[in-house]
Design a protein around this ligand. Structure first.
Ligand code: PMV
Length: 306
């Protein structure tokens, strides 16, 4: 039996803008998806990942399409060489934590192991990018890169993509709050593109600001300037609101976090539901913010990045 893993991720800065060539900052998190592959009489995909209720059913069609793209990219004929794939691990299948990318990377690794193919990170990342197309339509590549390599990364989409490891002076304590709503990243990405085309001047300005925030955020992370990281997170959220990818639930969670003393808060990932992050330096503040969210019925992840 072959086994593969993919990391969950949190986008700290630049989601959506990164699709259009603006730098993004992403961190792998400890929660991960695991895939196992073994021979079988017919093709089977058993999805045992924990989930936000309804997520897996909603993504089933995209998951089927993603499997096709992965098999195609790897040159595997699933009819003549059927396999059973089982997905599990502690990463919640939900919008905003890179669940689709983590599953693509895990499946690619396990398939490469099973069929004796090249399993170096670079190749796994290429395959996972292909699989992500079913979920994102036009993925930037940031999610599959984080799912494959983990760590704290600076990512710029291009030919080729530019990926650099960021040296973080001080780990950043964050709380991730789950709205419990499954957002459709593909639709959100398409909607942003459409709005951008309909309003080029306004969007150019917003995108310019997003770029500035990304560069400032990298500097603040490298210098361990947590106050600045928090301020920039709030500014980034302002832009995400403007491009129309926030939601009532995300705003509620952001409100709770700021009220409890978080120094910054923003949505993370595709938005329109899914997860948000709060910058909460110190275990005490992190606990306080997480508890407050939980009291209002939201699930949370407490983690440190960098
Ligand atoms: O919704 P998620 O966690 O898969 O994140 C999507 C991130 C986007 O920037 C919106 C899309 C992309 O491909 O970069």
């Amino acid at each position: 039996m072959a086994v593969g893993i993919g990391f969950g991720k949190v986008i700290l800065f630049g989601e959506h803008f990164v699709v259009h060539g603006i730098p993004g900052i992403v961190a792998g998190i400890n929660d991960r998806t695991i895939a196992t592959v073994e021979n079988s009489k017919k093709f089977e995909l058993i999805d045992n990942r924990p989930e936000t209720p309804g997520y897996k059913a909603e993504k089933l069609e995209q998951q089927r399409e993603s499997m096709k793209l992965i098999f195609q990219k790897m040159g595997i004929d699933a009819e003549s060489k059927p396999v059973k794939i089982v997905l599990w691990g502690n990463l919640l299948a939900a919008t905003g934590v890179g669940a689709s990318a983590a599953s693509c990377a895990a499946i690619a690794r396990a398939l490469a192991g099973h069929f004796g193919q090249d399993s170096r990170d670079e190749r796994i990342n290429e395959i996972a990018f292909e699989g992500e197309k079913a979920y994102h339509g036009n993925p930037s590549g940031i999610d599959n890169t984080a799912a494959t390599y983990g760590g704290l990364l600076w990512f710029i989409r291009g030919t080729p993509n530019r990926v650099e490891r960021i040296a973080c002076k001080k780990p950043i304590d964050i709380v991730m709050g789950n709205t419990g709503i499954t957002g459709d990243t593909k639709k959100a990405v398409e909607a942003v593109k459409e709005r951008k085309e309909n309003n080029p001047e306004r969007f150019e300005k917003i995108f310019e600001e997003a770029k500035e925030i990304a560069f400032k955020a990298r500097k603040a992370i490298e210098e361990g300037n947590i106050e600045e990281i928090g301020k920039l997170a709030n500014k980034n959220q302002g832009l995400l609101r403007e491009i129309g990818v926030s939601s009532g639930e995300l705003e509620e969670l952001i409100g709770i976090a700021l009220e409890q003393g978080a120094i910054g808060a923003k949505l993370t990932g595709g938005g329109m539901g899914g997860y948000m992050i709060a910058v909460t330096p110190g275990k005490e503040l992190q606990e306080k913010v997480a508890k407050s969210m939980q009291e209002k019925g939201y699930q949370t992840i407490k983690t440190s990045v960098g």
